[in-house]
Design a protein around this ligand. Structure first.
Ligand code: ADP
Ligand code: MG
Length: 336
């Protein structure tokens, strides 16, 4: 049976030949990655570090049926999504893993999915911890922003527009909020796709749930333009609530932008969760700049509402009338 250190060397410490392309290696001169007691790393001058951790627990954040390769992707994607929300450029990450046993097929798939996304964003694995236990994956990402340029939740001002991201996938389909939740409800058996005529592609929705795309380029492009941002993990309205609270403002949100592809489309778009799209606010005089940032990063962005001085969140139906339905966002410690 492979031991702890062999496992790390085999699956997580990459030989020089497997390193990222020339010019993108983020470990600099005198810096140290995996192998010593600490990683040692020199930040770029005049930048601030943005640091975020996200933990994935089996049964809580992913189903046991998910492929290890998708899990490797998602574990890093949800962390990169936090950097994106702050407008940070990814630099490095650490990986803390609890594994029930040494399953080489699992480790091979997991590390493949992990490094494929890491390489896409020039984000280097610089250390971690490995232990035996119930499957649990905790990643900490480190990113950089120019001094003072981080986009925070607290910057929204009355009169700002509210936007949500989405993107055209290579398949031509549009990635939208609500799709991951649709897939989850199918897995849970609450929606049957065999007996429906929904205008909705399950495989696409499943991909959205299992392999979310962090909007890193969009976040970076929005530096100096967005007044506030958050990535949507627990549901659009609930996550918007965090911006409103920290910015001490309210909002009006329209729903006419939501495609009614199935009966719960509005509910899933507003409160589905696991979307990893960016929700952001920007002053009205930045409208052109917001669209330019979206275009430059190959992302779509939709204006869905306005920030108001009056506190509280008002959601309007397609005809502009207040929506009576309320939506609960996801809360790990709330009993359902
Ligand atoms: P220590 O006991 O001194 O904390 P470990 O023996 O746990 O260190 O780890 C040895 C080296 O391997 C360290 O550099 C650590 O950062 C790295 N490491 C351990 N687990 C992982 C992992 N899952 N991914 C990447 N690096 C890891
Ligand atoms: Mg040590």
């Amino acid at each position: 049976m492979m031991g702890e250190f062999d496992l790390i060397t085999r699956y997580f410490k990459r030989p020089a030949s497997q390193k990222q392309p020339e010019g993108t290696v983020t470990i600099g001169r005198g810096d140290v990655g995996i192998g010593d007691d600490c990683a040692v790393w020199t930040p770029t001058p005049n930048t601030q570090l943005c640091i975020s951790s996200d933990m994935l627990v089996e049964g809580r954040h992913f189903l046991s049926t998910v492929s290890p390769e998708a899990l490797g992707h998602k574990a890093l994607a949800v962390n990169l999504s936090d950097l994106a929300a702050c407008g940070a450029t990814p630099r490095a990450f650490t990986l803390a893993l609890a594994l029930p046993s040494v399953d080489e097929a699992w480790l091979e798939g997991f590390s493949r999915g992990l490094f494929a996304l890491a390489d896409l964003h020039n984000c280097t694995l610089i250390g971690g911890d490995t232990t035996q236990g119930p499957l649990n994956i905790c990643i900490t990402v480190l990113g950089e922003v120019p001094q003072g340029a981080a986009i925070l939740r607290s910057g929204a001002r009355a009169g700002d527009d509210i936007y949500v991201s989405g993107a055209a996938h290579a398949s031509g389909q549009i990635e939208r909020v609500g799709q991951a939740r649709f897939a989850l409800e199918v897995f849970r058996g609450n929606i049957s796709i065999s007996q429906n005529d929904f205008d909705f592609d399950f495989d696409f929705a499943r991909r959205r749930m299992e392999r979310p795309t962090p909007r890193v380029a969009l976040g970076v492009a929005l530096r100096g333009i967005a007044s506030a941002a958050i990535d949507i993990s627990d549901g659009l309205l609930g996550d918007l609530g965090h911006i409103l609270k920290l910015s001490n403002v309210g909002a009006t949100v329209q729903t006419n932008w939501i495609e009614r592809t199935h009966p719960q489309a509005v509910e899933f778009a507003l409160a589905g969760g696991d979307d990893y799209e960016l929700l952001l606010t920007a002053p009205q005089d930045q409208r052109d700049a917001v669209q330019a940032a979206a275009q430059a990063s190959n992302t779509r962005i939709t204006c869905i509402g306005q920030v108001t001085a009056e506190l509280g969140l008002q959601v309007l139906d397609a005809t502009g009338q207040p929506l009576s339905q309320t939506f609960a966002s996801f809360d790990h410690f709330k009993s359902t």
